[in-house]
Design a protein around this ligand. Structure first.
Ligand SMILES: NC(=O)c1ccc[n+]([C@@H]2O[C@H](COP(=O)([O-])OP(=O)(O)OC[C@H]3O[C@@H](n4cnc5c(N)ncnc54)[C@H](O)[C@@H]3O)[C@@H](O)[C@H]2O)c1
Length: 324
């Protein structure tokens, strides 16, 4: 049984607590949160021990689960790794590139596993399309949210867009060639809305729009590749695939169209979406990686790469703002 301590029990931390309680390979030891009101609520609701000193809780755990605000990630991660504890840290991995680089190095020199909470990798709509070979050449993403002061200590790039950056980097097996971006700070001191274009060496182009000041919510990714269009609706947990029909597409709705190259048959299908709780699955997979000594599914290097692109985007936006 892996002993777990949760560090930060605000909005997302409570979801973690609920899920840890259901994971058979883990046992909650306690939590640390400096906010007395939140701590009182959590102790009562979850009947869980509140630790007043983070290091004492770390000493009592195998897994340090960090769900504190992003500026606190580095200090907590560093302490936990130096104590030889496995770390699950919410996205983004850290607040600055220097911090992220140091964490990658610390994990490399240690015997611990680290997983970053890029939870969209476990979104059922994404899992539904992963069975088909994905090799997109053009990607269109919209991630729109209504304004919420939570999370605004970082820009919309590190708050929301980083989810899509991580998925795209895991899908496109090529280096980033260039990035162009534009963003505007409307409600906070950092960009609340941004439009980004990432070009890869293999010719793939990704256009990403993220906003945390929208009237409606949307979390959609559209992948276009030589033989297929794949739509992933992360919010409504739906997926669709439109492709040239093959003999395997028995259940798909199909229709013919005339093209200059003759008649083509198009197949439309909605792959079945597994009933998966993404947060529970990412935590369970983390435990599996520790118990089986296998790599974590979203490693510190993945977290670093997503941050690297996010910071390049942020720097471009800053540069554009200064020069206008
Ligand atoms: N994966 C996702 O989709 C997703 C979604 C939301 C938030 N997040 C990430 O989760 C983290 C927390 O976000 P949230 O929305 O729950 O924030 P929140 O403000 O609701 O909760 C943060 C909690 O951490 C506590 N805290 C502050 N300093 C601390 C410290 N040094 N040690 C331990 N706890 C401390 C606060 O008192 C608060 O209770 C952020 O890094 C955020 O980016 C990820």
């Amino acid at each position: 049984m892996l002993k777990v301590g949760v560090f930060g029990t605000g909005h997302l931390g409570k979801f973690h607590l609920n899920n840890w309680k259901e994971i058979k390979t883990a046992e909650l030891v306690g939590f640390y949160d400096p906010n007395d009101d939140i701590a009182k609520e959590v102790s009562e609701k979850y009947q869980l021990v509140r630790f007043l000193d983070p290091e004492t809780l770390m000493d009592a755990c195998d897994i340090v689960d960090i769900v504190a605000p992003t500026p606190q990630h580095f200090t907590l991660c560093e302490k936990a790794i130096r104590k030889g504890k496995h770390v699950f840290v919410e996205k983004p991995l850290a607040n600055t590139m220097e911090e992220a680089r140091e964490l990658v190095q610390l994990v490399r020199e240690s015997n611990v596993k680290l997983q970053v909470g890029h939870v969209e990798r476990f979104n059922p709509a994404y899992l539904a399309v992963k069975s088909i070979p994905l090799s997109p050449m053009f990607i269109e993403v919209h991630r729109l949210a209504q304004f919420n002061p939570r999370g605004t200590e970082v820009s919309v790039i590190l708050d929301l867009m980083i989810h899509d950056i991580d998925i795209i980097l895991s899908l496109v097996k090529s280096e980033v060639k260039s990035i162009s971006s534009s963003g505007v700070a409307v409600m906070t001191d950092t960009p609340d809305i941004a439009s980004v274009r990432i070009e890869f060496n293999n010719g793939c182009v990704a256009n990403l729009t993220s906003s945390r000041i929208s009237m409606k919510k949307m979390r959609k990714m559209r992948l276009f590749q030589k033989d297929a269009y794949i739509g992933i609706d992360f919010l409504n947990k739906k997926a669709e695939i439109i492709k040239l029909k093959t003999p395997q597409d028995i259940d798909a709705f199909a229709f013919d169209i005339e093209t200059p190259n003759g008649k083509k048959t198009i197949a439309l299908s909605n792959p079945s979406v597994p009933e998966v709780n993404a947060i529970k699955m990412e935590l369970e997979k983390f435990c599996e990686a520790i118990l089986n000594n296998t790599p974590t599914l979203v490693s510190e290097v993945d977290g670093f790469r997503a941050m690297d692109i996010a910071h390049q985007i942020i720097n471009k936006i800053k540069h554009n703002t200064i020069n206008t």
